[in-house]
Design a protein around this ligand. Structure first.
Ligand SMILES: *Cc1c(COP(=O)(O)O)cnc(C)c1O
Length: 385
């Protein structure tokens, strides 16, 4: 098939700007100095393709990558450079110690039991096995609490077998700069880390970069800002990475009083012109946008009418007529782009950009924009997925 027919055969067109991803990494890395910025590429790099994303980030100097599960780590590792450090945030399942150690993947030990099993494995192997240790500084999600940490800290034999590659903790309220929990967690994190042998420290996620230099530590763990989401008003804007467009499947004129879509939940009291767009909740376009979301055509807002279906939804295009514009089968509308950001879509759907990104569907035709030769070329080239 030619590219054009592939486009027509897909539900929509997702464009992922890898040059923007790289620019966002550089903003965060500058902010992390003199520490280093790593990258969180869990959930397939928030739905954008962990392999491609980490290739670009490695080129930009990133050497520390975080995934959630060992399966994600095993899938990603062959694509990383031998210099890269790959961490599994969700911890180590019993009996996965050897697999993890043999692959050179660094587990994030989240409990006393995980720590003991890892050290026992290293003892059996007769050599030290580096690991990361997570402490719970107040989020109550993962990591050792104060009592377990004290017990571990009193066991020098553990550190002989499991030298600490990293001590980390996670912030619960980093996206609310004035939340008092941030300073509490910062103080508790350092007090906990002080009870351990010296090791690099990591606390900040994306928004943690903008809480003040105290939060930076030795290594940061940005995720969502790499992928174009903003870290709030106090933070510099990130470059958008994702753009989403979809085609018009059909256009029809409705008389006053006719309903649109499942349940006929929306009825116009005036005649209306309705376009059906070929993307639905099976593509990750939230059903919560029913009645409240919109798309854009040549800069004009077209409100969603009725419910979002699995593979399509309706928009009211009546307003275009007054501008002398019409829509037809095959025309493309903007779902995420210059007129409607990822954050806008998330807000309208009552969710967060993370959820919109990680649910982006598999039916889109994906195009990765990449700067091929950063030294010479001013233009970007298209690399088709
Ligand atoms: C997901 C995650 C991150 C990245 O968070 P963002 O808000 O996307 O920057 C960092 N650290 C841990 C432990 C995480 O689970």
């Amino acid at each position: 098939m030619t590219i054009d027919t592939i486009d027509l055969a897909s539900s929509g067109r997702l464009t992922i700007d890898l040059a923007a991803l790289e620019a966002n990494y550089r903003i965060l890395a500058a902010r992390a100095a003199p520490g280093r910025a790593g990258a969180v590429v869990k959930a397939n790099a928030y739905g954008l393709d962990a392999r491609r994303v980490s290739r670009v980030l490695q080129r930009a100097g990133c050497e520390h990558f975080f995934v959630a599960t060992l399966a994600e780590a095993c899938a990603l590792q062959p694509g990383l450079s031998p210099r890269a450090h790959l961490y599994v945030l969700n911890g180590l399942q019993p009996d996965a110690e050897m697999l993890c150690a043999k692959a050179g993947i660094i587990p994030v030990l989240n409990s006393l039991d995980q720590a003991r099993r890892w050290a026992a494995m290293a003892r059996r192997q007769g050599g030290p096995a580096p690991a990361a240790l997570q402490v719970d500084s107040g989020m109550a999600r993962l990591g050792l609490g104060a009592a377990d940490l004290a017990e571990l800290a009193a066991d020098p034999d553990f550190f002989a077998h499991a030298p600490l590659a990293l001590v980390l903790s996670h912030l619960a309220c980093a996206d609310e700069p004035d939340h008092p929990a941030n300073q509490d967690q910062l103080a508790r994190f350092h007090a906990m880390a002080d009870s351990l042998p010296p090791a690099p420290r990591s606390l900040a996620n994306s928004s943690g970069h903008f809480l003040g230099s105290g939060f930076i530590g030795d290594l940061t763990r940005p995720g969502v800002c790499l992928y174009g989401a903003s870290a709030g008003e106090a933070a510099p804007p990130m470059r958008p990475v994702v753009a989403l467009r979809a085609s018009v499947l059909q256009v029809r004129d409705l008389p006053a009083g006719a309903g649109v879509g499942y349940g006929l939940t929306q009825v116009s009291d005036k005649p209306a012109r309705i376009a059906t767009i070929g993307v639905g909740y099976a593509d990750g376009w939230p059903r919560a946008l029913s009645h409240v979301g919109a798309v854009y055509f040549r800069g004009v807002r077209l409100p969603i009418v009725g419910r979002v279906s699995m593979d399509s939804f309706g928009v009211d295009v009546t307003g275009l007529g007054a501008r002398g514009v019409d829509l037809a089968f095959g025309d493309e509308v903007e779902l995420i782009g210059p007129h409607q950001t990822l954050e806008d879509v998330a807000r309208l759907a009552g969710t967060i950009p993370y959820e919109i990104l990680t649910r982006l569907g598999t039916r889109y035709h994906r195009t990765y924009l990449e700067e091929l030769d950063m030294n010479k070329l001013a233009h970007t080239d298209r690399v088709d997925a």
